[in-house]
Write a protein that binds this ligand. Structure first.
Ligand code: SF4
Length: 411
């Protein structure tokens, strides 16, 4: 992680706690997702919560839309591996019931929970129980008065909605708050969060709402969330995908790891895009390696490279990799060739080495390298360069020829 650098500088915010997960105030950025089961279905919801936690979710939200859901929460919470936030729309009594169930956080939508006395009652009860509330503003369900006053769901209107809710909370002396100002439009969402970050010092929960199915939904979510995170804005994130929520949790985690904001927990498989030089079907081998390694949860970076000429060098930062050439695979650790295996054993050899590497460490595995491997690999590379020529050498030869021609022509 050579270049995490300034990305890890977060804009200062207050800190709140959702159960045992700190949000804001220098805490690591957390990942959230939401269950799609009926909350009343306790076993089904718990199974999904466990799957989300395993995929990287630090906090999980469940809807609390009816009495049976609140009762479900009361049974789910003691058995959940992560803190649970209840999602509340329209009915303040569902918020009160969720508090009774023992939730570690509430999400209120100020667009559809509008009565001041009800909002204050919920905030007062949350305060008594030490439970934080997310003010979850959504461009699609903005308070109609604000919509009219601002001529639409503008960044100013979204931030004003949060500010009005905060004013109600202040009346009961409640400030255990985080804020979201989501929109399905990425530019609107980015502008709204930038304004929210200038306006408030509460932690911000980032998301592009209703982003849709992957891959477009993933791209939209990433465009919005990553842009803001790179500016130091955002304390907790959620991808909203029309997909199995496990994909949301995984994407959230992977984004934070890619930005250097969280330590790598699982496998990071990198692969070259392949080109005319490739000696194998890189896409198929990368897919086979991903499938074989994914569930093993090894916290290493593994590279699959299409040719031995450029592969080991280009992927020298990877912990482990394999490159193909002359019907063989060159297995390398930190760019050093440790073994040469037949092409049809590439994936198998990669998986076996990955497990040993995690168990024994880089030094031990480098020490256990096959003596002949470097020499065999060098011979393969030389053969391939003879057969196909090196791009770099070829271009230098061409440059010389161009110069000579221009000289001859007296240019
Ligand atoms: S590693 Fe080899 S096959 Fe893959 S993109 Fe680079 S040159 Fe092409």
């Amino acid at each position: 992680m050579a270049h995490a650098g300034s990305l890890t500088d977060r804009r200062p915010t207050r800190q709140i706690h959702v159960g045992d997960v700190a949000v804001g105030g220098g805490a690591q950025v957390s990942v959230q997702s939401m269950t799609t089961t009926k909350t009343a279905d306790v076993e089904g919801t718990l199974a999904q919560i466990y799957a989300l936690a395993a995929a990287g979710a630090d906090i999980v939200r469940c809807t609390c839309n009816e009495a049976a859901a609140a009762e479900g929460l009361a049974r789910i919470i003691p058995r959940s591996p992560v803190p649970i936030v209840a999602d509340i729309h329209f009915h303040h009594e569902m918020a009160l019931a969720a508090l009774e169930a023992g939730v570690q956080g509430l999400r209120l939508n100020p667009g559809n929970l509008r009565k001041a006395d009800e909002i204050k009652q919920v905030a007062a009860e949350a305060k008594d129980r030490g439970v934080p509330i997310r003010i979850g503003v959504n461009a699609g369900s903005l308070h109609p008065d604000l919509y009219a006053r601002y001529g639409g769901a503008t960044p100013e209107a979204l931030v004003e909605s949060a500010r009005m809710e905060l004013a109600y909370f202040a009346e009961v002396d409640f400030d255990d708050v985080k804020i979201s100002v989501k929109a399905s439009s990425v530019p609107l969402m980015i502008d709204a969060y930038r304004l929210a970050s200038e306006t408030f010092d509460y932690p911000l929960h980032l998301g592009v709402t209703e982003a849709g199915p992957p891959p477009a939904g993933l791209l939209k979510g990433t465009a919005g969330i990553a842009t803001l995170l790179a500016e130091g804005i955002g304390d907790t994130i959620r991808y909203s995908l029309t997909a199995d929520p496990v994909e949301e949790a995984r994407a959230g985690r992977q984004l934070l790891e890619a930005l250097g904001l969280r330590e790598r927990k699982g496998l990071d498989l990198i692969a070259c895009p392949s080109c005319g030089r490739a000696e194998i079907d890189v896409i198929a081998v990368a897919k086979a390696a991903q499938e074989a390694l994914e569930h093993r949860n090894l916290p290493i970076q593994v590279a699959v490279m299409g040719c031995v000429v450029n592969g080991p060098g280009e992927a020298r930062e990877a912990d482990l990799g394999i490159a193909a050439g002359r019907k063989r695979g060159h297995l390398f650790i930190k760019g050093k060739i440790v073994r040469v295996v037949p092409e049809d054993q590439m994936v198998e050899a990669l998986v076996a080495e990955a497990e040993r590497l995690v168990e024994e460490g880089v030094e031990a595995r480098l020490a256990a390298a096959d003596d002949q491997a470097e020499a065999e690999a060098a011979a393969d590379r030389a053969d391939l360069l003879d057969a196909k020529g090196s791009d770099v050498n070829a271009s230098e030869v061409a440059v010389e020829l161009i110069r000579k021609r221009l000289d001859d022509a007296g240019a």
